[in-house]
Ligand binder design. Structure first.
Ligand SMILES: [Zn+2]
Length: 95
């Protein structure tokens, strides 16, 4: 399996993907900021391999579908569930 960072690097060669990725960067920053002061929460992002949507669950019981409805993510207090073919993107909150 390819590393996520390599995968992203490859995808970013496509200017359209790059544009979307840059927009998401902003979103990540916002989320990271929200996560500060909530040390227990670790947000996991997954990307749908079909529609390329990046989705995430931000709190326990938060169930999210991608736009093609082939990928979901949800989390409880104890674990995060997602579809087996989703691409997991680790979101490290540590500085
Ligand atoms: Zn999808």
């Amino acid at each position: 399996m390819k590393k996520v960072s390599e995968y992203i690097k490859e995808q970013l060669k496509n200017p359209e993907v790059k544009k979307e990725y840059d927009a998401l960067e902003e979103e990540y920053k916002k989320i990271n900021q929200e996560l500060k002061g909530k040390p227990q929460m670790k947000t996991k992002f997954v990307q749908c391999p079909y529609c390329k949507d990046i989705i995430h669950s931000t709190y326990s019981g938060h169930f999210v579908w991608c736009s093609c409805q082939k990928t979901f993510i949800d989390q409880t207090e104890y674990y995060i569930r997602t579809t087996s073919d989703s691409i997991v993107i680790e979101n490290d909150v540590e500085e």
